[in-house]
Ligand binder design. Structure first.
Ligand code: RUG
Length: 815
């Protein structure tokens, strides 16, 4: 925790303004004010932000190809505890802090849940006082910005570094690292020892850009180190003696520059459908190699004993994208340290742990052998050796060749990255109970049967400081008034709110706060889209990536059903509803883009139909991301978590909504299962197939959507609307969506679950009429949401994975 008086801050701010811009405060732009403020804050934390503690305690390195940070100013001020003095100081200087907060860029260096989870984990590691740092990529372009043109998604590049540098970063040229691609690898004898020689490689310089991660009022400042790929600078300290010789032609120089810079140019714009592409593999090795070499350098600098690396360092790989940490660490231990294979393997396998985030087959990364061999020749050799030893272990234990093939790391000309991760780490975790069970019992069953002690569950969490304290200050204030401050550092204390579940005064206040947040969102919708939404209507929200399994389509079908009902029965007693969507589709995911177009077309139809005015509204908010989530989630009455059961590994927006008092409409999928365990079915709305039913259907070829379509006339009417011209301005997109449901037999059970969903929605509507019952439910949700703080999750990772024991565990070594 730092303190700074208003007077001191003003002096500091003014002199910073002079040193950075040589001009008076009142002539500076908003952008300059923001830069000066960030610079002052960086100075204030500089002493605490020392580069290393590695010699004193075990450090965690969290490797993730995405970090979806969101804006930093507000949360940094909150965590430092200086917001009030700085707000006041700025005010006296004629500057409005809120304007600065709003004008900060929102770095979109991630796609969705996985990247945002990584950002929450950084926040929590710093806040619980853990020395835990992130390694990732400083993409020049983040996730595309989404615009709607005639209802269709159009992607606009996210040129977030317009000023050249990011507000919070510090570049450290003296810590740049050489990463080698391609070339020839062979063994040479030196003084009777065989040495691995890598010649003619393409050198790429990884330049570190550090972002401080400030803990909540506890003096901790950790680092997120993002690497930018560059052509090695002239003064780059590391030797490139054996590098490829460029003839020096202009064209070659340009090609080389392009080769290097392309690597950190753009974030892969896909959520769970990772096609194998060369650039992506380059990105993966680039940041992994830079990170592992960085750890090694730091380790050597402190003259630590390499035989005990695993006692000082925990390396965590967030999904399989950083899986090359395994062969890269092996490379350093074997080729640079000269350890034996057995020792290098023992150290590696006791240092690396892995999280799986999905069971979707198309998201399981596989790399063609030929591609890896050419791009990363030494790394491939190591992977091949790991595979050889792993196969010999498997053959010694099992006779079932199919099983061995399934578990093999290299199979059919591809390297299976999940298999590599499982074989080479001491811990494999899923991200919610059901997900972990599915990994153990279905998807990774062979591995679980083989090494059950490696598997564990770590249910995801969210940074309650950002998602409640910062995003919903009024609710946060009410909670503090009722139960004191302690919940801010121990969210389990939120449970005490249940004491107020029958206090009408508190329930009224809760209602009022929700209403105020709805007004803020309504104003945004009015400003942006000129759509007038009524804050008294139910705000029913589904915000997340657009994917068929997340079933925005199910939500839409219910909206259409409701629409027809009102048209057929104009006097129907219905609670007015505003359905709100926010979702980006991967640019190459055609069906998802068609669903966006259909939702937008239905929104146009409904919003312009006077017959349903005051009853129904549909709003699709463009460009959903962290900053918009901070506005939307506190304003939601209903949280739509309606994925096909078994498909959503965890979900994290479900937790954010719950913490902000929304009522969950859910299938028993992902972490909805845990929500249900906590609050019971009486405090949420459940519907849909169970996991067992979905698995059974899948094993037996699904159900027949066409039969259902012909028997349920209500459903048939809505499905036909997609193709019969009922929805204006809808062409081939309607047909595509129709085909997914009927021609291709509804892979995600949308129609199969539609009736039950409608039933649950009807019940929800009825309950909303009973104001106190609804608000009591809302309070119970908030009171039970404490378990979903990522502080809890991170402590569990620490306790069960990273710090659980530091001796070499021979049991992990199966090679
Ligand atoms: O789809 C999953 C979410 O269910 C989960 O909550 C989140 C964080 O664990 O990760 C998402 N995810 C999975 N994002 N990308 C993948 C596949 O690599």
């Amino acid at each position: 925790m730092i303190t700074i008086s208003k007077r001191k801050f003003k002096q500091y701010f003014e002199s910073k303004m002079y040193s950075l811009y040589a001009q008076p405060i009142n002539e500076a732009s908003n952008e300059q004010h923001l830069n000066v403020l960030a610079s002052v804050l960086k100075d204030l934390i500089a002493k605490k932000w020392v580069d290393t503690k590695i010699d004193t305690e075990k450090e965690v390195y969290y490797f993730s190809i995405e970090f979806l940070l969101g804006r930093q100013l507000k949360s940094n001020l909150l965590n430092l505890g200086v917001e009030n003095s700085i707000r006041e100081g700025l005010k006296e200087l004629g500057i409005n802090l809120d304007d600065l907060i709003q004008s900060e860029v929102d770095p979109a260096l991630g796609n969705g849940g996985l990247g945002r989870l990584a950002a929450c984990f950084l926040d929590s590691m710093a806040s619980v006082g853990m020395s835990g740092h992130g390694y990732g990529i400083r993409y020049k372009y983040g996730l595309f910005k989404q615009k709607f043109v005639n209802g269709c998604q159009v992607e606009v590049p996210d040129n977030w570094l317009t000023q050249g540098n990011y507000l919070w970063e510090v570049v450290r040229p003296n810590k740049a690292i050489l990463v080698k691609f391609e070339g020839d690898v062979y063994l040479e004898e030196h003084d009777g020892n065989l040495k691995v020689i890598h010649k003619n490689y393409i050198p790429v310089m990884a330049m570190p850009y550090d972002i401080p991660i400030i803990g909540y009022r506890n003096n901790s400042v950790n680092t997120l180190r993002l690497w930018k790929s560059e052509i090695p600078r002239r003064d780059f300290g590391q030797t490139t003696a054996n590098a490829k010789n460029y003839s020096g032609s202009y064209e070659e120089a340009l090609n080389y520059k392009y080769y290097t810079e392309e690597i950190s140019q753009v974030l892969y714009p896909n959520d769970s459908n990772y096609a194998g592409r060369l650039l992506r593999l380059k990105q993966e090795y680039f940041f992994v190699s830079a990170g592992i070499q960085d750890i090694y350098r730091k380790y050597k600098k402190h003259k630590l004993n390499i035989h005990e690396l695993h006692k000082k360092v925990a390396i965590h790989i967030n999904d399989t994208h950083p899986a090359l940490c395994v062969p890269e660490l092996m490379r350093i231990l074997l080729d640079i340290e000269g350890l034996s294979w057995d020792e290098a393997w023992n150290i590696t396998i006791n240092t690396i742990s892995y999280t799986n985030h999905t069971i979707m087959a198309e998201a399981m990364e596989k790399w063609p052998v030929e591609m890896m061999k050419k791009l990363l020749p030494r790394i491939y050799m190591i992977v091949e050796e790991i595979n050889k030893r792993y196969l010999s272990y498997l053959n010694s234990k099992y006779s079932d060749q199919n099983k061995i093939r399934r578990m093999s790391i290299i199979n059919n000309g591809n390297i299976n990255m999940a298999n590599l991760c499982i074989a080479s780490s001491y811990s494999v975790n899923g991200v919610a109970k059901l997900h972990t069970t599915l990994l153990e019992k279905e998807v990774l069953k062979d591995f679980y049967d083989d090494t059950p002690y490696k598997f564990n569950n770590k249910t995801n969490g969210i940074a309650h400081r950002r998602w409640l304290m910062s995003a919903n200050p009024e609710l946060s204030g009410l909670i503090t008034n009722l139960i004191g401050e302690e919940w801010k550092t121990d969210t389990f204390k939120l449970k005490e709110l249940e004491n107020y579940k029958n206090d009408n005064h508190v329930l009224d206040r809760l209602d009022e706060i929700k209403y105020n947040n709805k007004v803020l969102l309504s104003n945004y919708i009015m400003d942006k889209y000129d759509i007038d939404v009524d804050p008294n209507s139910i705000f029913d929200v589904q915000v997340k990536r657009l994917h068929a399994y997340k079933r925005q389509l199910l939500n839409l079908i219910n909206i259409m059903t409701l629409y027809h009902k009102i048209l057929d029965n104009p006097d129907m007693d219905i609670e007015p509803r505003t359905f709100i969507f926010g979702a980006k589709a991967a640019p190459g995911y055609y069906l998802a883009k068609c669903i966006i177009k259909v939702i937008n077309s239905v929104a146009d139809l409904i919003n312009n139909d006077p017959r349903v005015r005051g009853k129904l509204k549909v709003v699709f908010i463009e460009n959903y991301g962290v900053s918009l989530a901070e506005l939307i989630i506190p304003a939601a009455n209903v949280s739509e978590q309606i994925s096909t059961t078994t498909k959503e590994a965890s979900g994290t927006s479900n937790m954010k909504f719950m913490m902000n008092g929304a009522i969950t409409m859910a299938t028993l999928d992902g972490a909805n299962v845990e929500i249900h365990e906590l609050i019971g079915k009486e405090n949420m709305f459940l519907f849909g197939l169970t996991a067992e039913e979905v698995l059974n259907y899948n094993k037996n070829g699904g159900y027949s959507s066409i039969d259902l379509y012909h028997t349920d006339l209500g459903l048939k009417q809505v499905v036909d609307d997609l193709i019969n011209g009922f929805i204006p301005n809808l062409g081939k997109e309607g047909r595509e969506v129709y085909d997914s449901l009927i021609t291709y037999n509804d892979e995600y059970f949308v129609l199969r679950d539609a009736k039950d969903y409608e039933r649950a929605q009807r019940e929800l509507s009825e309950l909303y009429k009973k104001k106190y019952d609804w608000n009591r439910m809302s309070l119970i949700n908030i009171a039970n949401s404490g378990v979903f703080s990522s502080d809890r999750t991170i402590k569990e990772y620490g306790r069960d994975i990273w710090f659980r024991g530091c001796e070499i565990n021979e049991e992990f070594n199966k090679l």
